[in-house]
Structures are given as structure tokens and as C-alpha cells.
Design a protein around this ligand. Sequence first.
Ligand code: NAP
Length: 294
Amino acid sequence: MTASIIDGKAHATALRAKLIAKTVDLKAEYGIVPGLATVLVGDDPASEVYVRNKNKTAEALGFKSVHHHLASTASEAEVVSLVKTLNAEPSVHGILVQLPLPKHIREESVLDALDPAKDVDALTPINAGLLLSGRAHLVSCTPMGVMILLRETLGDIGGAEALVIGRSLLFGKPAAQLLLAANATVTMAHSRSRDLPLLCRRADIIVAAIGKPEFVRGNWVKPGACVIDVGINRIVDASGHSRLVGDVAYAETAEVAGHITPVPGGVGAMTIICLMRNTLIAAAMQHAVPLPVV
Ligand code: NAP
């Protein structure tokens, strides 16, 4: 193996320590305790685990954490009404509506009801637009996690050729905007792109968010490139064991890349802690005090 492994857990632990210190400062200087409200609709077991981890992390950082669990039969109007109540609650600075929602509830209706100042997942059109304008304070959590990993691994990425594979609202689009803001030369690829291997071969940085197990092959990657694997896919291997893999064929890519994120333990480890970063920033914004630099 030639690539150095980017240890997402270690980077997340370092950010966590900074957030704890800034939370103590915010309380001591201004009496502000950041508050995160989570909303879960239905009983999807994976979503329940994600939400529980978010609440636990918020509490461990010294935040106020409240959770609302609605039945899978809850109506769109009920979810929208809960979001509006949380918008008006001064002790709640961040609202996280766990997606996906049950099929009878339109995500757009719920996101449209969400106060952009409390949109700590940065999914509302206002926050997407602010990102495009270079004025966003709340940035989608996984793309922000990727940028922190890149900055701490590579330093200045100005002029680098960066390829983002995937153009979702949740990841690909905000990731491309952040890379552009960091002065990379950005290419976005998607399911209609021609010759993905060719696009990969010229990239100094590859960010793969496709949702297809081990799709990016080692022989597509330029020697020394930095490969960030956002994908989380559960597969059953030849021996019948279930395990998580990314969108990149890890072992063969690690033979050629300069840096690579593992799955698990790479990008995924950064997402929750970036949600907490957004909640801290949202709390400072809502009280009009200087934004913590983290
Ligand atoms: P998504 O909404 O399904 O988007 C997938 C993207 O991949 C689409 O833009 C699609 O192109 C593109 N794509 C599909 N097949 C392709 C192909 N053959 N060649 C090139 N591009 C192709 O998924 P997502 O929400 O962005 O998530 C992507 C992956 O990241 C998933 O595995 C997800 O679990 C993971 N993820 C992890 C985290 C985390 O670490 N916490 C957070 C978010 C996502 P089209 O637009 O043309 O369909």
C-alpha cells in the first residue's frame, strides 16, 4: 500500500475537543447553551440509530438536546406544525429533521417550513443559495467534513483538479461549491457523464458520492491523488458476511493513491460532529454574538 490513510475518527475527535471548548466559552461569556432539536417520523431502525447518535453527541458536547418522535402515520401538516413550533422556540438553535420522511410527506414542504437560521443540515434553498453566493455560515455537514479532511491533509488546494462524482443536493452540489470556493478546478460527474475513468485519471482530488459499492477502480486513479470516499454501502461478501464498503475499491486504490479515506472510519466520522459545529454557529448567529471560529 502506498496511500496514507486519512483517519476521519482522529480528525473528528480533534474537532470535538475544539467544539467543547467553544461551547464552554459561549456559555461563560454570553450565557448561551446551544440547543439541537431532532425530529424523527416513523420507525426506520437506521434513522433511529442516526438520531440517537446525534442527540447523544449533542449532550456530550454540553448542548441542550430535545427529540421529537412522530408516528409513521403523522400527517404532513403535523410535521410542518412541529417544525414551526421549534422555529419559535428560543432555546432551540438547530432543527434536524431526519430524512427520508415517510412517502406521504413531501420533504420540500417540511424544508420550506424550516427557519433557514435553524437549518443545521443546510438543506433549505436559502442556505443553498447563500453557499452559491459565498456567504453561507451553515454548510451541509458531510461536504463540510470533507473540506476539513482535505484542508488538514493537503493544506491549500488552490489550482488542484478536483472531481466530484455525484450531484445530489445533500452532497455533490454543495461539495463542488466548497471546492470551488477553495480555488480548486472542479469537474462534476454523474450517471450521464462519458468516460468516468478518463475524468478520474486527470484528477488530483477525487470525491466519490455515488452510492454504488466499489465503483471507482484503482486503475482509474492518478498516482498520488487524494481519494475521498463518501459512499456507505452494505454488501454481503463471498463468505456470507455483511460489511460496509465505500464507492471506491479500497485495496487496489490504496496501491496508487497518495491519500485515501477508509469506509468506515473516514468521511462518515465527520458528519455528526459537523452538525454540532453548525448548531454552535447557529446559536451564536441567533444571539448576534461573534461566530466561534472552528
Ligand atoms: P444520491 O442522491 O443517490 O446521488 C448519487 C449520485 O451518483 C447521483 O448524482 C447520480 O447521478 C450519481 N451516479 C449514479 N450512478 C453513477 C455512475 N454510474 N457514474 C457516475 N455517477 C453516478 O446519493 P447521495 O445522497 O449523494 O449519497 C451518495 C453516497 O454517499 C451514498 O452511498 C450515501 O450513503 C453516502 N453518503 C454518506 C454520508 C456520510 O458519510 N455521512 C452522507 C451522505 C451520503 P444522477 O444525478 O445522474 O442520477
